[in-house]
Design a protein around this ligand. Structure first.
Ligand code: NAP
Length: 269
């Protein structure tokens, strides 16, 4: 049973994109709070690896941890794959979810302005960061317990408010997520819909951007630190706290929480 402040005890949380980075840290935080977690991502190896890592860290909670494959990179199968995931995660809707968290995104798949071109088929970066969150809003209410204790938390990016030079599409997509959040909050009330907007966070995504050479990675992080008030690159476990808060506060909806080291307020030097 949940207590007054440990509201996630025995809650059921689905984390789409929970096998790595911010999603994985959120999965750990959810398990540590006594909840059941189901996480999902596209690679069977990532799912298996995440299950064994989290079970090793929380051996007493092994029965509360499950993971499944879901691929969100094809328009034709996006909705059916998400529906299948919700069905599996809830035993064909016999056990309702309490919270859905969406952190999935491909490795740096968002093109620069010069590389962007209009295409007939929708690129994966749009499916991951636009269509899929909207479909989560369409599908999740069927599988969530009704009422304001339930929530959907999406993931935006601090670039929505402070553009990164050379990456205008990241700003556009982050802003779209913020708009999707507010639109869904109105549409799905009393189910709550919010988003976390991370700044640069020390996840596998950074390695995917610059590679695993330790010197290059350290230089990259050093440059990014200078962009924040706290001279920091966010730790996934800190950013995960924002997701926990949004799940637990039954009085918040339509809001975006920035966990970005004060990047927005950092004066230009
Ligand atoms: N890290 C940062 O600095 C930062 C900053 C601002 C915003 N964000 C945003 O925060 C979110 C999470 O970032 P992160 O750093 O935690 O990234 P990450 O470590 O790369 O994790 C991404 C997750 O998405 C899954 N995924 C990728 N493609 C998928 C697909 N086609 N279908 C289903 N799942 C898929 C990955 O697993 P598989 O590979 O198994 O599919 C993984 O679980 C992203 O939206 C990112 O844009 C991150």
């Amino acid at each position: 049973m949940p207590s007054k402040y440990n509201k996630l005890q025995d809650a059921r949380v689905l984390i789409i994109g929970g096998t790595s980075g911010i999603g994985f840290a959120t999965a750990e935080a959810v398990v540590e709070s006594g909840a059941f977690v189901v996480f999902a991502s596209s690679k069977a190896s990532s799912v298996a690896n995440a299950i064994s890592r989290i079970k090793a860290s929380y051996p007493k909670a092994t029965t509360k941890i499950r993971g499944y494959q879901v691929d969100l990179s094809e328009a034709e199968t996006l909705e059916s794959n998400l529906t299948a995931l919700f069905e599996t995660a809830t035993g064909s809707n016999t056990v309702k979810l309490d919270h859905v968290v969406y952190t999935a995104a491909g490795v740096p798949d968002v093109p620069s302005l010069v590389d962007f071109t209009a295409t007939k088929t929708k690129p994966a970066f749009l499916l991951h960061r636009y269509d899929a969150p909207i479909l989560v809003g369409k599908l999740a209410p069927t599988y969530l317990s009704p009422g304001p204790r339930s929530s959907i938390t999406l993931t935006a990016s601090s670039t929505a408010s402070k553009p990164t030079p050379g990456r205008p599409l990241l700003t556009a997509l982050g802003s779209a997520t913020e708009g999707i959040t507010r639109g869904l909050a109105v549409e799905l009330a009393p189910i709550r819909v919010n988003a976390v907007s991370p700044g640069v966070t020390d996840t596998e995504l950074l390695v995917a951007i610059v590679g695993s050479d330790p010197t290059v990675l350290a230089d990259f992080k050093q440059t990014l630190k200078k962009e924040t008030l706290l001279s920091s690159v966010g730790a996934p476990d800190d950013v995960a706290e924002a997701y926990l808060y949004l799940m637990k506060d039954g009085n918040i909806t339509g809001e975006i929480i920035y966990s970005d080291g004060g990047r927005k307020l950092k004066p230009a030097i």
